[in-house]
Ligand binder design. Structure first.
Ligand code: GLC
Length: 479
């Protein structure tokens, strides 16, 4: 039974949970969300195995997609490229001028995608991309930035798992990040996008399809050649790295030189999907999974990415409301709305610099019409930390799996990372680094993440440039 006392700062006389009740609950959640170094090492081992399986055969849990991006950029790539980036939250169109020597210029426009757009017919979604691109090109032809009568090469960043037979092809395996547009899974998205470009007479030709991670890998290496791995920690969570073709058994029959390198889009968000054998899932994680549009899928991503962290905390709060611990006598309908607690709120909770945690007061009163005591606010902040720390430590497990598989630990490597969680969530990077040291000991310090270059814009343009150069030189022209 929860007990209530009147808190000194609580003028309205609403019953609030005592400090002691909050502390007792916190201990329970600490135990639930904590990950010991030993547990992390076990996850790394299972993760490594999953990566190997994905490289060996098609249709595995972690898809390990060969991208037909052959090796690293030379840094000398130049030219003018368009990039279209359909990510988790926004559609972005960019004009990128690669100047060589790691230099570039970028002009861009961003459009927020509505929830309806994510669920409407797939061709309609690609038509929308083409329409936005058309408007962008028209306005920059007016301003003189884009020459008239020229068809520009385009890199299409489509950040969902697609199986590719060549670089300008990709069959959507499954939607992730809450998308559900019908008539798209099982279809070649490049063909759908080309159809939309033709329908709208857009002067652009799709040269390459990439994922944000692959783009980030290439763009980061363009400016920091120590980069070996790229990760996205945003609405979704994924990684890419460069693999030797000889170590990708599933494409052995293609006749590509085994010493060649090719970028692999891991799609690691799918790790442990369906079987749920390796990851520490709480009942809150299970609820998120079961109520999602894709139950069973993206098991790793659902514990880590920005789309879900706020929801995990909200579910805990709702449970404590149901148990009569929190907000007794207050109208809690607003916080009971699924996904109403954005991950950005967690980030604000953790970064609140005031003793009284005034920002947290603001979040709860303004967005949820709820009054909180200091003890409750401290509790929420501690919970946010537990949820986000677990996400960062799991991310460290994924990075460690690639590092250990590729043997990068001794010499060390840089990991280009991007996405709202990595860029905006306080201490996310520090916690990844701490996790890497828990896994590898002192040597974990050799693996350093840093804020990456814009992969979906610059990276996509560089990939388009590399592809044009490769095909002009008649190197694997059919891929
Ligand atoms: C999801 C997508 C993946 C993408 C990641 C980050 O996991 O499936 O393609 O890289 O989100 O945006």
């Amino acid at each position: 039974m929860a007990t209530f006392t009147k808190h000194s700062e609580d003028d309205e006389g609403l019953p609030h949970a005592t400090k002691k009740t909050m502390a007792d609950h916190l201990r329970k959640f600490e135990a639930l969300f904590n990950m010991t170094p030993q547990r992390m090492r076990m996850i790394v081992e299972a993760f490594k195995e999953s990566l190997e399986q994905g490289l060996a055969k098609n249709g595995q849990i972690v898809p390990m997609i060969p991208t037909y991006v052959f090796g690293w950029p030379s840094g000398k790539e130049t030219g003018m490229y368009l990039a279209v980036d359909l990510g988790g939250t926004n559609l972005r169109v960019c004009l990128v001028k690669l100047e060589g020597g790691g230099k570039f210029e970028i002009t861009q426009a961003k459009y927020r995608l509505s929830e309806e757009q994510k669920q409407e017919d797939g061709q309609r979604l690609f038509d929308f991309c083409a329409e936005c691109l058309k408007a962008f090109i028209d306005s920059h032809q007016e301003s003189g930035l884009i020459p008239k009568d020229e068809v520009l090469p385009l890199g299409f960043t489509f950040s969902y798992p697609c199986s590719q037979e060549r670089i300008d092809h990709g069959v959507l395996i499954r939607w992730t990040k809450g998308f559900g547009a019908p008539n798209t899974e099982g279809h070649d998205v490049v063909e759908m996008f080309r159809k939309a470009l033709a329908k709208n007479s857009v002067p652009a030709s799709v040269v390459a399809l990439t994922c944000d991670t692959t783009g980030t890998l290439i763009a980061s290496h363009y400016v920091n050649p120590k980069t070996r791995i790229a990760c996205i920690f945003g609405t979704g969570c994924n990684a890419a790295y460069m693999e030797r073709v000889r170590d990708i058994p599933k494409i052995a029959e293609l006749g590509i030189d085994p010493d060649t390198e090719m970028a692999i889009n891991c799609e690691w968000g799918a790790f442990d999907s369906f079987e749920h054998e390796n990851l520490p899932r709480t009942k809150y994680d299970q609820i998120i999974d079961e109520t999602s549009n894709k139950p069973g899928e993206q098991a790793f991503e659902k514990l880590i990415s920005g789309r879900y962290l706020g929801e995990i905390l909200r579910l805990i709060i709702c449970e404590l409301i149901d148990e009569g611990v929190l907000f007794l006598g207050q109208n809690t309908y607003k916080i009971e709305i699924p996904y109403s607690l954005d991950t950005a709120f967690l980030s604000l909770m953790e970064s609140d610099p005031t003793d009284e945690l005034l920002m947290i007061i603001g979040i709860f009163s303004h967005f949820f019409a709820l009054e909180t005591t200091l003890a409750e606010r401290q509790f929420f902040r501690a919970l946010a930390k537990l949820v986000a720390r677990r996400a960062a430590r799991l991310s460290a497990c994924g990075i460690a799996a690639i590092v250990s598989k590729m043997g990068y630990l001794e010499e060390g490597c840089a990991v280009g990372a991007d996405g709202s969680l990595y860029n905006k969530y306080p201490k996310f990077a520090d916690r990844i680094h701490e996790g890497l040291q828990d896994i590898f000991g002192e040597k974990g310090k050799n693996i350093v993440t840093y804020h990456a270059e814009d992969g979906s814009g610059i990276g996509s343009a560089i990939v388009a440039a590399m592809t044009k150069e490769r095909k002009d030189a008649n190197i694997y022209p059919n891929y």
